[in-house]
Design a protein around this ligand. Structure first.
Ligand code: IMP
Ligand code: MG
Length: 177
C-alpha cells in the first residue's frame, strides 16, 4: 500500500464488483437506447473506462473538463476548462462523475446540459458524500456512499497525484497539513 494512505476504503476487487453492478443496471435501463456517456474529467476517467465496458449497449463517449477553485468553505467558483460544444440535444445523456461532494460542480454542469434539451439526463457518481452537500443535488445512481473523509485513487486525486492507485483510500491528514 502507498505510505500516504491511511486505510483502503474500497479494494480493486470491490470496485470491480460494484462498477459491474452499475453497468448491469444501466444496460437494463438503456436496453432500447444508445446513450451518450459524458465523462467529467479528469477524476471520472478511470471509473468511466470501467463502467462503459460493463454497459452492454452501443454508446458514444465525450468528455467535459470543469475545475472548482475554492477560496473557503462556502465559496467556490467553477471554471469550464473546455467549451461545451458537444451536441447533446435529443440525446440520452449519462453524466459520469467520480465524487459528489458539495454538489456545486455537478449542479453547474447539469444546468448547462439541461438547457441544451437532451432527451434524458442521468447522473451517475461512483462516490457520494451527502454530509457535505450545500446544493440540493442527488445522483440517479451512486456506487458507494462515504463519510466526510478525503479519498484518492481510482482516478481521484490530491494535487493531481494518486490517480493511478487501483484502490480508493483515505489520504493521511499529514499529507495535506
Ligand atoms: P463538489 O462541487 O464539491 O461536489 O466537488 C466535486 C469535486 O471535488 C469532485 O469532482 C472532485 O474533483 C473533488 N473532490 C471532492 N471530494 C474529494 C475527495 O475526497 N477526494 C478527491 N477529490 C474530491
Ligand atoms: Mg471531479
Amino acid at each position: 500500500m502507498n505510505s500516504d494512505i491511511e486505510r483502503v476504503l474500497f479494494s480493486a476487487e470491490e470496485l470491480y464488483q460494484r462498477v459491474s453492478e452499475l453497468g448491469k443496471l444501466l444496460t437494463e435501463e438503456y436496453y432500447d437506447r444508445e446513450p451518450l456517456i459524458l465523462c467529467v474529467m479528469k477524476g471520472a476517467m478511470v471509473f468511466t473506462s470501467d463502467l462503459m465496458r460493463q454497459l452492454r449497449r452501443p454508446c458514444e463517449l465525450e468528455t467535459i473538463a470543469i475545475s472548482s477553485y475554492r477560496e473557503g468553505v462556502t465559496s467556490g467558483s467553477l471554471v469550464v476548462d473546455q467549451p461545451l460544444s458537444i451536441h447533446i440535444t435529443g440525446r440520452d445523456v449519462i453524466v459520469v462523475e467520480d465524487i459528489l461532494d458539495t454538489g456545486r460542480t455537478l449542479d453547474y454542469v447539469m444546468n448547462i446540459l439541461q438547457n441544451a434539451e437532451p432527451a434524458s439526463l442521468k447522473l451517475v457518481t461512483l462516490l457520494d458524500k451527502p454530509s457535505r452537500r450545500v446544493v440540493p443535488l442527488q445522483a440517479d445512481l451512486v456506487g458507494f456512499t462515504i463519510p466526510d473523509v478525503f479519498v484518492v485513487g481510482y482516478g481521484l486525486d490530491y494535487n493531481q497525484g494518486y490517480r493511478n492507485l487501483p484502490y480508493i483510500g483515505v489520504l493521511k491528514p499529514s499529507v495535506y497539513h
